[in-house]
Design a binder for this molecule. Structure first.
Ligand code: GLN
Length: 609
């Protein structure tokens, strides 16, 4: 069974609705364009996350024409930077037509890069050793945007070159004002070629989605334009992309767009989607009639207008909880556990999600600062954060510094996928970086570290050095002195080196262990990544098999040098026959242990509901 997406259904309906629209004329001033079938009609939507929807003639090739202008402008920015580029071409919309010779009367600077004059001046900014090399760079860049190898339509190129006297005249004007610095011939020719690159409607959708995705093609993952220049390209599209219709376009459709005389329209909603439409009949401004209609409908029906945005700030904090409600996997003895219950209130964990920007980071900052007087540790879990920009990085940096100055600690977890954070912290914190920037691979390790810090001051003896006696063993707490004397000879002392595996998952269980000295940790899998628990002296492990006799379900490793007392299952069974009261007391303790664990697990699970 294959279900079609309701989005596909919607687009097909829209397509059918707009198809009867036959207003406008196919462009004829470039003779070769006049050969287009006026009925061609294609529509493609591509999301910034890489989903593509197509209806109609989306694989029909046509020349990109003026839609080349924003892409070449982006390349010019990469080659020359903003200042030099702005010296040669302005960014003010004109109320004039695309082929107007509209240069600033004083400076001769073309008003913007979306009209022909500005586009020719922009073509003059493309680096390369020869005209052929410059065109090759343009073609390669366009191919990165489209995610496939594009080619020049020689026939259209020749047709335009033979008739493009007006554009040549513009080239000479630009040379006169030094907005082109060499013979205008090769640059005008480069402009004709960039306009004659052959694309289809699907390409337009994907090229638009690449701009929507900050310059990275969402299908190939390749960068076509440096992220920092995307805003400049989209700005000129927004204000000048539809020529003398640009103001109304922004008002009605509100999506930066660019049209071409072959009938293409490309629209980009930053961060969200790209739209490509192809229909060769043009209105008096030189914009595709159906192209405009489709974009208007999409904007209205899907509420895509740039200035119609929901507030996103508050959604960043997915969940937050106190370290008192959710402990690390380090299982504590009764006394220490009780102590920690009070102390761990000083730890607060924030699970953040989405994109961290100034606006989405601000609520995190506010919340942390509000709680800072009463708390000591703030764990910021970035596992579900997709990206972070510099402005968010600055905010987090100031937060870390401010709290450090007030003896509070911010700890980041799951942040390996956000290298910018580390880079920025390193740069800003300098020599204090190692000391102040705290990170842990996961929340459990971060929580444990905070707990250890909190316990440190009040702890009498550190677990690793402390040696328990059998009378301290938790499971034996209910036994009388004489009962203890009976069980003591059954305990067999064992020593393990740090790192040694004490219990292997899958093995048959024949004994349980009382931990006398050192620490051990339980891991679910062999890779020793997912820690289930850590035990300190006085506690028992491997005891579950005494209840169900099942094989070992996890690995247990010695974290430090370890001393244990081992109690064999057979001895325990024999003991139970002779002294049932002792067995019952131990089993009762064991049950209490288990109910405690179950209650803790339930409490922690409820935090995530
Ligand atoms: N190559 C065309 C020209 O310069 C591009 C114009 C357009 O698509 N609006 O006339």
């Amino acid at each position: 069974m294959k279900l079609t997406s309701p989005i596909q259904d919607f687009l097909e309906e829209l397509y059918t609705q707009c198809k009867p629209e036959t207003g406008g004329q196919v462009a004829t001033y470039i003779p070769e364009l006049a050969k287009a079938d006026p009925n061609w009609f294609g529509l493609c939507i591509a999301t910034a996350s890489g989903a593509v929807y197509e209806v109609g003639d989306t694989r029909q090739e046509f020349t990109i024409q003026s839609i080349s202008k924003p892409f070449v402008y982006g390349l010019a920015l990469e080659d020359n930077g903003r200042d030099t580029t702005l010296d040669r071409v302005g960014v003010e919309p004109t109320g004039d037509a695309f082929n107007s010779i509209s240069l600033d009367p004083g400076t001769g600077r073309p008003r913007n890069p979306m009209i022909n004059a500005g586009a020719i001046a922009t073509a003059g900014l493309i680096a390369g050793k020869s005209p052929a090399a410059r065109f090759r760079r343009i073609l390669e860049t366009f191919s990165l945007y489209a995610g496939r190898e594009l080619a020049l339509d020689e026939t259209v190129y020749r047709s335009e070159s033979e008739t493009g006297h007006r554009n040549r005249a513009i080239g000479h004007m630009l040379r006169n004002f030094d907005k082109l610095t060499s013979d205008p011939g090769p640059t005008t020719d480069l402009y004709f070629k960039q306009c004659s690159i052959s694309v289809n409607c699907r390409d337009l959708g994907i090229m638009a989605a690449t701009l929507a995705n900050r310059g990275v093609n969402p299908l190939t993952g390749k960068q076509a334009l440096r992220g920092e220049y995307v805003e400049s390209v989209l700005s000129v599209m927004g204000t000048c992309g539809m020529y003398d219709y640009a103001g109304e376009w922004l008002y009605n459709v509100g999506i930066p767009a660019k049209s071409g005389v072959a009938g293409g329209v490309m629209a980009v909603l930053p961060g969200q989607i790209g739209i490509g439409v192809f229909s060769p009949r043009l209105d008096a401004h030189g914009n595709s009639v159906r192209g405009i209609r489709i974009c208007e409908e999409l904007s209205r029906k899907l509420e895509l207008h740039l200035f119609n945005r929901a507030a996103t700030g508050k959604s960043t904090i997915r969940l937050q909880f106190s370290g008192a409600d959710f402990n690390s996997c380090h299982v504590r003895g009764a006394a220490e556990g009780q102590e920690l219950r009070a102390l761990a209130k000083a730890i607060q964990v924030y699970q953040l999600q989405g994109h961290l920007t100034f606006v989405t980071t601000e609520p995190v900052l506010r919340d942390v600062l509000e709680q800072a007087p009463g708390l000591r540790y703030f764990i910021l879990d970035l596992k579900r954060v997709f990206s972070l920009n510099e402005s968010a990085g600055h905010l987090l940096n100031s937060l870390v510094e401010k709290l450090a100055a007030n003896r509070r600690t911010v700890i980041f977890t799951h942040c390996q996928h956000l290298p910018l954070l580390r880079r920025m912290m390193k740069k800003k914190l300098g020599a204090r970086f190692e000391q102040i920037f705290a990170t842990f691979p996961d929340n459990d390790l971060a929580l444990e570290w905070c707990e250890e810090q909190l316990l440190e001051n009040t702890r009498h003896a550190h677990a690793a050095h402390y040696k328990s006696k059998p009378t301290d063993y938790e499971l034996l707490q209910a036994l009388s002195e004489s009962e203890l004397k009976i069980i003591q000879p059954l305990l067999q002392p064992r020593k393990f080196k740090a790192g040694q595996k004490i219990i292997r998952a899958g093995d048959e269980a024949r004994e349980m262990f009382f931990l006398a000295r050192g620490m051990v940790s339980v891991y679910l899998r062999d890779e020793e990544t997912h820690r289930l628990a850590t035990f300190s002296p006085g506690m028992a492990f491997g005891e579950m098999a005494f209840l169900d006799g099942a094989p070992r379900s996890a690995n247990i490793l010695a974290d430090t040098e370890v001393e244990c007392d081992l109690l064999a299952m057979d001895d325990f069974t024999a003991l139970g026959k002779q002294h049932p009261a002792i067995k019952i007391k131990i089993l009762e303790k064991l049950c209490l242990n288990l109910t405690g664990k179950l209650r803790k697990a339930n409490r922690e699970l409820s935090l995530f509901q």
